[in-house]
Each structure stands twice: as C-alpha cells, then as structure tokens.
Design a protein around this ligand. Structure first.
Ligand SMILES: C[S@@+](CC[C@H](N)C(=O)[O-])C[C@H]1O[C@@H](n2cnc3c(N)ncnc32)[C@H](O)[C@@H]1O
Length: 372
C-alpha cells in the first residue's frame, strides 16, 4: 500500500519527539535539584560560581557544575556570557525551592525516577503479565508523603474539611475516623493533634509507611491516633466510623469495589465518606488536553496499574475516571455523591457522600446534632 508522507508533519512530529525526550531528562535533573537541596540554596542567592553553589550546598563541584549547565539549557537557571555566574530567578525559585512551601512543583518531578527505577520489571510485565509490588519502588512512600504533605496537609483545615458542613464541630466534640490507604499517616496525625476528643485509625498495606506513621505518633505523644497494617481487600473492622477518608488511595487498590463496599458497611448512618482521587475521565479521548495526562497515564502504566495487578487486583489505573468512581460508589451503596474541585489541587477531585441520606439532609442532621 502506497503511503504518502507529509514532510512538514513528519518534521514537526520528530521535533516534538526530541522535545519530549529533552523534557524527560530535565525531570530527572529537577528531581536531583530538589533532593540535593540545590534549589533551596540557590533561591535568593546572588549570581554565583559553581564552586560557591557547591560549597554552600556541601556537594561536589564537578557534579554541581554539570547539573547547573543542564539547568541553563533547560532555561531554569540563567548564566552570564562568560558561563561563570549562575542565577536562579525568583520567579522560578518560587516553584522549585522549599523556601516557598505550598507551591513546590519540583517535588512532583521525583515520580519520574521512582517509576523509571522499575522500567525493566514493567517491561517484563508487558511480556508476561502480573504486576510489581510496592516494595520494589525505591522512595515511593517517601515521595507520596511529600506530595500529600503539600496537597492535603497544607489545605486540610481551611479547604478540605470545609467541604463537609459541620464536620469540624463534630471532630471537636469527638467522633471516630478511619483513613484507608493512609500511607505515612500525615493527614491523620495532623487531625489527631487538632482534635484530641476524636479517635483516628489509619490502615495501609505496607509496613514501611505504617512504621513511619507510628513513629511520628509516638514522637508527638498522641494517644488518639492508631495505625494498623492490613490488606483492605479483606479488612473488615468490627466497629463503625463517623468519618472515613481516602486520599489518593482508592484507584490503586487491588479491589476498589470491595474497599468501597467495606467503607459503606462500616460507616455509621449519616456518617460521611471523603474521597480524594484523580480528576480525569475514564475515556482517554476526553483526556486529550488534560494538563497532567502524560504524567498520569505514565504513572498509571508504571505504578498504579502494576501495584494493583501485583495483588491479583483489577488494575483500574490512575485514570479510572470520575465517571467510573461515581458508578462504583453507587454500586457500593452510596447515593448523591458530590464532586468538588479545589484550586490548590488541580490534579484531584474531592468526592463527598453521606450514608443513607442526601448530603443536604446529612448536613442538616449534623448541624442539629451539634445544636443538641
Ligand atoms: C497513592 S498512595 C496514598 C497514600 C496516602 N493516602 C497519601 O495520600 O499520602 C496509596 C496507598 O494505598 C495503599 N494500598 C494499596 N493497596 C492496598 C491494600 N490492598 N490494602 C491497604 N492499603 C493499600 C498503599 O500502600 C499506599 O500507601
């Protein structure tokens, strides 16, 4: 079959491919700048030599210089025409340095080396099926905790809890809270500190984040926050909860359907379920212009789909879609799910649903209970 090639289209595509590879390489350099503290040192620093920057960072000059040159051609760092003095402008530093908490985009670059670390194992799965367990991902839980530290912790009281009318007053009075797939437990620990009359339980499959969460709880001397290592697929608590949360934790479960059913079953009447999960469509065509589409489908291929399949799970993937999330919550028994979008977190949707009644009814009941 003769096929005509449009040389302009072909050249344009080749150029965009080269650009993708260039940008992929920059992600790793940004991740290194974040982990080594180079961005933190350079934020607010006068134009400086590679030696001065290396000395201030406590790093080896030869590596720092090569990294700086990558930053320069990546248009992140500027250099003078003698190629001697490097400068990170403040308009860039504010998204790269820890000196600007809440706005750090550099931390997300760390996901690229995390997933690249299992590339060969993923290729093996392409050929043989199966999945990759959490334990194979170097630094996954650490990066995840840093990610949710920014998207959840910084916004928990002022933006996230306010999505549930009356919940702050109920937490002050004293209720029971479960966080599923709690990871390193930072959200629960923050809640436990703020609401000493309430009791908090976090469940996660993995030993490493649960141990970290327990250590932080002990260090803070919290008596009302508990962590338990368990597989949510079979976990059936013998108590009921007033509030259940799931932060970025449902789509990569082995059996999200069973976990949602468990959540429904162990939620008290008029209890509330808050689920933060990826804001995307289940149909890839609808995600063509998704601002994080390339990143999220890649993380899905390399991590979320794979960790679920490794547990013999459904492998829904990161981009399971808000349509499917709604369907699965309805199948679990929930009605009247509301979807909320928060400006600080453009990657996620915040689903809020009360058990057995509409959200409006639930809010009224909660407020009446508080008035009593
Ligand atoms: C994307 S991480 C989110 C962690 C945490 N909620 C946060 O926001 O930092 C998903 C979490 O779900 C946990 N998880 C996955 N499958 C699980 C299962 N079958 N049972 C319990 N936890 C599971 C993982 O160990 C991981 O910590």
């Amino acid at each position: 079959m003769a096929c005509e090639i449009d040389p302009v289209k072909a050249e344009g595509f080749a150029g965009s491919l080269v650009e993708m590879i260039n940008q992929g390489a920059m992600s790793i350099m940004i991740s290194i700048g974040h982990q080594t503290g180079l961005f933190d040192v350079m934020a607010g620093m006068e134009p400086s030599t590679s030696k001065e920057i290396a000395d201030q960072s406590g790093l080896h000059e030869r590596y720092v210089r090569e990294w700086l040159n990558a930053m320069v051609v990546g248009k992140i760092v500027f250099v003078d025409d003698s190629s001697t003095y490097y400068h990170l402008p403040m308009e860039h530093a504010m998204f790269l340095s820890r000196k600007f908490p809440g706005d750090n985009i550099a931390l997300f670059a760390q996901y690229i080396p995390v997933i690249a670390g299992v590339e060969q194992k993923v290729i093996h799965c392409f050929k043989n099926g199966g999945g990759i367990p959490y334990s194979e991902y170097v630094r996954f839980h650490e990066v995840m905790a840093e990610d949710s530290g920014q998207t959840i912790i910084g916004a928990l009281f002022d933006h996230i809890l306010t999505l549930i009318p009356g919940i702050t007053q109920r937490l002050e009075k004293g209720i029971s809270v479960l966080d599923v797939g709690c990871g390193s437990g930072r959200a629960l620990i923050q809640l436990g500190e703020r609401f000493p009359n309430s009791v908090f339980l976090g469940i996660d499959l993995c030993k490493e984040p649960i141990e970290k969460a327990r250590k932080s709880t002990e260090e803070k001397g919290l008596q009302n926050v508990f962590f338990h290592q368990a597989d949510l697929t079979s976990f059936r608590p013998d108590v009921e909860f007033d509030l259940i949360t799931a932060f970025d934790a449902i789509h990569d479960q082995a059996r999200p359907d069973l976990v949602l059913k468990t959540i429904y079953d162990c939620l008290k009447d008029n209890g509330v379920f808050l689920m933060q999960d990826i804001d995307a469509s289940e149909k890839v065509y609808n995600n063509l212009d998704h601002p994080f589409g390339r990143l999220l489908y890649s993380i899905s291929t390399m991590h979320c789909t794979s960790v679920s399949l490794a547990q013999g799970g459904m492998g829904l993937g990161t981009m399971w879609g808000t349509e499917r999330a709604n369907r699965m919550m309805r199948q679990a028994g929930f009605n009247n799910v509301t979807e909320n979008r928060l400006p600080h977190d453009p990657m996620n949707c915040y689903f809020v649903v009360s058990k057995n009644c509409t959200n409006t009814q639930a809010s009224l009941i909660e407020l009446e209970e508080i008035d009593d």
